[in-house]
Design a protein around this ligand. Structure first.
Ligand code: NDP
Length: 314
């Protein structure tokens, strides 16, 4: 027989949204269960320096911050399960979620905090310099490239915004796009074209990332022209990959309202989804801000909304 865990609130995902929801729910005596998912700790566990999470004067490490959040959630009464939810039914209450472990989770409410993943180019050398010059978040890491030359890959709104943002720090920003037309909004394109620090390379893709090993640091991009196949070099200290994000929402397809990019839609000023008792917090519902601190804020909102919901149905 399958093991069954029953709880008032099941939190799916263990990034800042999930753990913050857990801390608030546990302190409200709701005895939450957090199912950590495939990447316990979420996107912060693959970053290094964090300098914009409030409360820390000195630079902290992403994985350390997530470990602290986990310990705090456990200390106040959260049960943490290293499991992956493979199936969810939100048709009837209690909701039923199946874990890869074989455990069945029955819950009166669910907080979805499964996050999103930045898309990467998937080149071997990209993996080598991730966190050592290669990043997917200018807001997080732009500050480390003061007066340095950087590149941004992509042609959408994110790439345009990241390139503009990076001009606050970098001496030069090269936007590299694989076509000769940007996908981003006209107003952002106008700003890009007007900015003297930004240079755009059209019809180019990154073939290889190169760097030094001691200390490990990206120094050069080998580019390939998508029309002629010609290769060229671009010396940069940093590269920001901005080719889109994918929210982790496949479990909920057809079950909850989502937008065209598969982000979960929540009610205005709320984390409530199209199903009562099911809430969504963090990057799984947010394609604009995508910050640890905004995700944490939404986790808090979700827990407070769950508390209110349960007091009404219990
Ligand atoms: P998009 O999907 O809009 O754009 C991705 C870009 O990356 C495209 O230009 C695409 O090229 C390029 N790309 C994709 N894969 C590769 C690859 N393997 N190699 C090289 N280039 C690649 O993603 P965004 O993150 O920019 O935006 C996602 C959504 O969020 C959009 O709806 C956007 O409007 C929205 N958004 C809104 C903001 C706002 O309102 N302020 C801010 C940021 C995002 P190609 O053009 O050739 O397909």
């Amino acid at each position: 027989m399958k093991e069954v865990f029953k709880t008032d609130v099941l939190i799916i995902g263990s990034g800042p949204a999930g753990y913050t929801a857990a801390i608030y729910a546990a302190r409200a005596n709701l005895k939450p269960i957090v199912v950590t998912g495939l990447e316990p700790g979420g996107q912060l566990t693959i970053t290094t320096d964090v300098e914009n999470y409030p409360g820390y004067e000195n630079i902290i490490q992403g994985p350390w911050l997530m470990e602290e959040m986990k310990k705090q959630a456990e200390k106040v009464g959260t049960q943490i399960k290293n499991d992956i939810i493979t199936e969810v039914s939100v048709k009837n209450s209690p909701f039923c979620s199946m874990g890869e472990s074989g455990i069945k989770y029955e819950s009166k409410s669910i907080i979805i905090a499964t996050g999103a993943q930045a898309r990467w180019l998937k080149i071997e050398s990209e993996e080598k310099y991730k966190g050592y010059g290669i990043s997917a978040c200018a807001t997080c890491d732009g500050f480390f490239f003061k007066e340095k030359e950087v590149a941004v890959i992509g042609g959408g709104n994110t790439a345009a915004e990241e390139a503009l943002y990076l001009t606050n720090f970098a001496s030069k920003v090269t936007l590299i796009h694989r076509r000769e037309k940007l996908r981003s909004e006209k107003i952002l394109q106008d700003r890009l074209f007007k900015n003297s620090k930004i240079n755009i390379l059209w019809n180019k893709k990154v073939k290889e990332f190169e760097g030094i090993d001691q200390p490990k640091q990206l120094t050069n991009l080998i580019l390939e022209d998508t029309k002629t196949g010609e290769t060229s070099n671009l010396n940069v200290s940093g590269t920001f990959i901005a080719i889109g994000h994918d929210p982790a929402t496949s479990l909920f397809k057809g079950k909850l309202n989502m937008d065209d990019n598969n982000y979960i839609i929540t009610k205005p000023d709320s984390t409530e989804t199209s199903i009562k008792g099911v809430y969504a917090a963090g990057d799984v519902k947010d394609k604009i801000y995508r910050q640890a601190v905004t995700a944490a804020g939404m986790g808090c909102m979700a827990a407070l909304e769950v508390e209110k919901f349960l007091s009404e149905v219990n």
